[in-house]
Design a protein around this ligand. Structure first.
Ligand SMILES: [Zn+2]
Length: 453
């Protein structure tokens, strides 16, 4: 992501021989303006140089945009169909400007991040990628396509973008999956390993856990997987709203984390987080530690800057679970009982999901949790076998896999399984294959033995 003034893109292009193809594509990208209307409402306005028949949105995972984005002008309609969200005039006329008001609240999206993560202390984290749009279709988007964006803060708010605190409206060139931008009054805290924007309203024990455990985890991973190219940003929000998603547990504890290049973010909601540590109990202490360790692990799976493939999610999600478990065990950062239960539950849930098919079909069967649970078992079994042979541990696998990716091999199942076979032997590779295909040879006893419990 580069923060340069809109218009400089083409000037730079001219210096480099001005790519007419890129310019042609850029003509299909509107100028996007985000402005806080009030504490819980964001207005997004799209402006085009030339009249167009409609705008399509780049990130579509369900129909929530059509429900939540309200056009200011009733002459427009936003429809969701298939994997497309599309806005046009009801009378079919061309237009150059369209604006929507959107509730700036957290939503759960299948396999994407919420566009908004409110902080209890009044701040707001915004995922810019959700606002990327294109004339007619985003099929024209290629690497290098720039989505010019501007964010206008409300009264008493500043913006934190790319580690910098900025006053007033800020423009940037959004690219790829977008970035997390903070709006509010909090100042970032810079430490040796991370620049953090932590909700001031987090209970003391949670913010202490973040302050102590997160740097310890970063140091631990850095020692084993190498330093990140630049200091990542950490955002942690305790939502001021309680989720109304029909899940009774949400009233207590709910959480979602994620990573974008060089950024990790954690969203917590539910009043349970405000209880004292004693009331929350050791389960939640373990859970919080796991949450931090999982998200921090993601940063090291690629090295900073790169993004992992969302195909074969068991590689990065199962990997983050396995790396987190090993890290918490070695740092003594979670109760032993908790770590054991976590593994046993992963075995049971993985087996349950394999009854109807392999890990390979988990996404299409709508059992995405198998990527975490079965993926964790595969990688813990590799860890166990490499340790038994005295040749290293799970980090040996990840260093080798990252090396293969750096050498140009694809981020996929074949490359990962080939690394498992090279480092952890044929038997571990066969277990992974059986889990991926859902073979009847996968039994509880075999899985427990493989991970050493
Ligand atoms: Zn994850």
């Amino acid at each position: 992501m580069r923060k340069i003034v809109f218009g400089a893109v083409c000037a730079m292009g001219v210096l480099a021989g001005c790519s007419t193809e890129l310019d042609r594509r850029q003509a299909f990208i509107p100028d996007t303006e985000l402005q806080m209307v009030d504490a819980d409402t964001m207005r997004v306005t799209y402006r085009l140089d030339r009249p167009a028949p409609g705008l399509a949105f780049r990130r579509v995972t369900d129909g929530q945009r059509a429900e939540r984005w309200v056009p200011l002008d009733e002459g427009f309609v936003l429809n969701h169909g298939g994997d497309r969200d599309y806005v046009q005039r009801k009378d079919g006329d061309l237009f150059t400007e369209i604006a929507f008001d959107i509730p700036a609240t957290f939503i759960r999206l299948p396999q994407d991040y919420s566009p908004f993560m409110p902080y209890r202390d009044g701040g707001l984290l915004i995922h810019s990628g959700r606002f990327q749009a294109c004339v007619r279709s985003c099929g024209i988007v290629e690497q290098g396509t720039v989505f010019p964006m501007q964010l206008i803060p409300g009264e008493g708010q500043h913006i934190i973008l790319d580690g910098e605190v900025l006053d007033g409206p800020v423009r940037w060139d959004d690219v790829d999956d977008g970035t997390m931008v903070y709006l509010g009054a909090a100042e970032p805290i810079e430490t040796d390993y991370v620049v953090a924007v932590v909700d001031q309203a987090l209970p003391a024990d949670l913010s202490t856990a973040l302050d102590d455990l997160f740097p310890a985890l970063m140091a631990y991973y850095t020692e084993r997987l190498g330093a990140l190219e630049s200091k990542p940003m950490l955002f942690a929000a305790l939502d001021r709203h309680t989720e109304a998603d029909g899940n009774p547990d949400s009233n207590n504890y709910s959480n979602q984390g994620g990573v974008l290049p060089n950024q990790v973010f954690m969203h917590m909601s539910g009043d349970g987080w405000l209880e004292t540590a004693q009331v929350r109990g050791p389960q939640i202490t373990g859970f919080v530690a796991k949450f931090f360790a999982h998200e921090a692990a993601h940063l090291f799976q690629t090295g900073s800057g790169a993004a992992f493939s969302t195909n074969d999610a068991w590689i990065h999600e199962g990997g983050a679970e396995a790396l987190a478990l090993v890290a918490l065990r070695e740092l003594s950062a979670a109760p032993d009982d908790y770590l054991r239960q976590w593994q046993e539950q992963a075995v049971d849930n993985c087996l349950l999901g394999l009854a109807d098919g392999g890990l390979r079909s988990a996404t299409e069967r709508d059992v995405f949790n198998l990527h975490y649970e079965c993926g964790m078992i595969i990688q813990l079994s590799a860890d166990q076998e490499i340790r038994r042979e005295g040749k290293g541990d799970i980090f040996t696998i990840w260093r080798a896999f990252r090396g293969r990716i750096a050498d140009g091999e694809p981020w996929n199942e074949d490359t990962f399984l080939s690394v498992i076979e090279a480092e952890a032997g044929r038997e571990t590779r066969e277990l992974a294959g059986d889990i991926l295909s859902g073979s009847e040879m996968v039994t509880r006893a075999r899985l427990l033995a493989a991970i050493g419990i």
